[in-house]
Design a binder for this molecule. Sequence first.
Ligand code: FMN
Length: 181
Amino acid sequence: MTVLVAYASAMGSTQEIAQHIADRMASTLDGVECRSVDEVESVSGYDAVVIGSAVHNQSWLPAADQFFARHAPELAKRPVWAFNVGMADALPKPFRKKGAALQQARLAGVLPQDVALRGHRMFSGVYKADQMSSALRFLFRLTGGRFGDFRDWTAIDAWTDEIAAQLATPASPTSPGSATA
Ligand SMILES: Cc1cc2nc3c(=O)[nH]c(=O)nc-3n(C[C@H](O)[C@H](O)[C@H](O)COP(=O)(O)O)c2cc1C
């Protein structure tokens, strides 16, 4: 069983999540590799792929979009899971869950539909004050927004374990897009 955990990250928090997922999977599965999307020439040597991207301006990073489009024919033949890393938990409290759900739905709608994802999750990442202009920062804080590291490692671990359990089931690798983790 070979598994690729591929990531596109601007500031490093998505890369750290991807590495964490790969390390955790490697405790139960052989052949788990974590790579930047830019390093991957082909996915044909992997039985399964997990891909994650930071979200900028309501979209995946261009490198992740390009990875998905470039490898879509090969991705469509194997089980694929995707995750987005955004700032939902930095938003004012009333908008956190709704913001994450809306953004996840939007991102699911723009990914190539010929790759049936086995699962697609939204995680919060790291949102720092210096990522915003000082005027916006003031307004953001005033309305209940916050800055910090919002990565929920318990949720990330639980999702990773769901994927690993599916991959450990003998029939999984040949049936892309058939589950919902
Ligand atoms: C220029 C910029 C635009 C962003 N746009 C969004 C966005 O539209 N939606 C969102 O949820 N998070 C947004 N974020 C927050 C990032 O997704 C978040 O900080 C994430 O942890 C970044 O991942 P990275 O450290 O791997 O780059 C944005 C951050 C920056 C710097």
